[in-house]
Design a protein around this ligand. Structure first.
Ligand code: AMP
Ligand code: MG
Length: 502
């Protein structure tokens, strides 16, 4: 049996690329830390982007996740095996690296014959991010995997083009309502219709901007991007797709252009003299069922047009094709995303009504003033170690910040969660004891948890001091706290913006 060798290699910690119904995956045994580490290294994947664990079926699922909600079983019944990934609470068996320090893990049951066989033979949970170098278009053919990893991995299993072409839908089942974190072929509407389960769609989830349930960490990164610039074209305001293509081409007269559009539109376009006269590289998809056809071909097209050396790719936008448009938007936005990285600083105090909301507001106000010129943007959030959600900032905190022209009257307290800690790039506590509590709680994140004074200190001295709690003291004490925080934030700004590699 041909799959025996790769299955055994996978089980013992080697890397095996294999097809799924969505895209090709770069697989490793999820329980062997060195194998998981190798996946990050091979892909150049940021460590805070968690991996999806692949299983043949749910038989041994309860070894990996706990507190499985009833919705899971309904969705499993209706959609699995299939392109649906579940975010669930993890057990200690899952290495921290797999979940990037989160207390949740993503699991999926792929619907692809070879993949199912391989998973059954390997008989271990398998992490398998898309088999591409991080940031590049995902691999939907074995040749794409070869292009990115030739001679670097021992096995690539070829089973032709993948059936769907875009990654799975990721659904978070750990909150009060299931929420789609990454759009895929299975939509919120379909889940409602088939399983009768109310789901927050990807779009609604984004609009809600729920602080306590941050979206997928991976979504902030540059993705799916070819080397060429990608521009979306579509018919709008009574103008046809062909007219939109011609007007874009007109503006790009000195560039070698590639086209990714439907066959019917190409049939009309090719008769135009401008097209006949210019060297245009085309990659077409079927005009029938364009949503599926475009999704199926997108990554192959981006890769092929890149290989043909085009400077710019005009790609057809298909409004309403949620998963396809999500990937296309990322392919277009990639340059900006990379340049305008937004980092998060999380200020932590006890109640999230005095010190930490003051610090976050002072930081954001200072950052707004200073960061015009800087490549990295910073955003501050705040949370409390022991608090309740929804408390207002203390009256004196509001008053003394008002004197500095900053309004925190709309503040609403937030209880600290593991997700908030995991999502933050740096965490600044007010006191050393708060710092120690957090470090004790999440030792894996220790290096990014320091007191504000330590972050502000040039030499990062451990003993740099606390910011005392002004709670229930006269307003003058709050004013001192404000001035103390302001001074620390100005020094902190110097430190975080002068790190190597900036
Ligand atoms: P890829 O493996 O490249 O398809 O990426 C996996 C996606 O799943 C990333 O966007 C991750 O952010 C998301 N994901 C994996 N694990 C989790 C998790 N525990 N919570 C939220 N999102 C996750
Ligand atoms: Mg990927």
């Amino acid at each position: 049996m041909l799959l025996q060798a790769p299955a055994s290699a996978l089980r013992h910690g080697e890397i095996v690329a294999f097809p799924t119904e969505t895209v090709y995956g770069l697989g490793a045994n999820a329980l062997i830390e060195t194998a998981v580490q190798q996946i990050f290294a091979l892909k150049g994947r940021p460590q805070d982007n968690p991996l999806i664990v692949h299983l043949a079926d749910k038989e041994k699922l309860d070894q990996l996740v706990k507190n499985i909600p009833p919705e899971f079983y309904r969705l499993y019944e209706d959609f699995c095996p299939g392109p649906l990934t579940f975010v669930l609470e993890k057990t200690d068996l899952i290495p921290d690296q797999v979940s990037a320090g989160l207390n949740t893990v993503a699991v999926r049951f792929p619907d692809q014959k070879i993949c199912q066989l391989l998973l059954r033979l390997a008989d271990v949970p398998v992490v398998a991010p898309s088999a591409n170098i991080s940031g590049r278009p995902s691999a939907t053919r074995a040749s794409h995997v070869l292009d990115d990893f030739k001679d670097r991995i021992p096995f690539i299993i070829d089973d032709g083009a993948t059936e769907l072409g875009v990654e799975s839908t990721v659904i978070d089942l750990t909150g009060s309502m299931p929420r789609i974190l990454r759009p895929g072929v299975i939509t919120a509407d379909e889940i409602r219709a088939v399983s009768g389960i109310e789901v927050l769609s990807y779009k609604d989830g984004l609009e809600e901007g729920d602080l306590k349930r941050p979206a997928s960490p991976g979504l902030k990164y540059r993705h799916y991007a070819p080397d060429a610039r990608v521009i979306q074209v579509c018919s709008k305001d009574g103008k046809s797709l062909e007219a939109a293509v011609l007007s874009e081409l007109d503006q790009l007269s000195d560039q070698k252009a590639g086209l990714f559009i439907n066959e019917k539109s190409w049939d009309k376009l090719r008769l135009q003299t401008v097209i006949a006269e210019r060297e245009i590289i085309k990659y077409l998809f079927a005009a029938e069922n364009p949503d599926e056809a475009a999704a199926h071909e997108l990554y192959a097209a981006l890769r092929a047009l890149d290989a043909a050396g085009v400077d710019v790719i005009l790609a057809e936008a298909i409004p309403g094709a949620e998963a396809y448009m999500n990937r296309l938007d990322k392919a277009c936005a990639s340059e900006n995303m990379e340049k305008e990285e937004v980092k998060k600083i999380l200020f932590v105090c006890t109640g999230n009504t005095c010190r930490s909301p003051m610090a976050a507001a002072l930081f954001n106000s200072y950052a707004e003033e200073k960061q015009q010129a800087s490549k990295i943007k910073w955003k501050a959030l705040s949370a409390g170690l022991h608090t309740m959600d929804g408390l207002a900032a203390s009256q004196s905190a509001v008053s003394v910040l008002c004197e500095s022209g900053i309004d925190i009257s709309g503040h609403s307290s937030v209880q600290l969660t593991e997700e908030l800690l995991a999502e933050a790039d740096i965490v600044a506590t007010m006191t050393r004891s708060q710092r120690d509590i957090l470090r004790g709680f999440l030792p894996a994140l220790e290096s990014k948890i320091k007191t504000l004074s330590e972050w502000a200190d040039e030499r990062g001295r451990e003993s740099a001091g606390d910011v005392p709690d002004p709670y229930a003291q006269p307003e003058a004490v709050y004013r001192e706290t404000r001035n103390h925080l302001q001074a620390l934030i100005e020094s902190l700004w110097q430190q975080i913006n002068s790190q190597p590699g900036d």
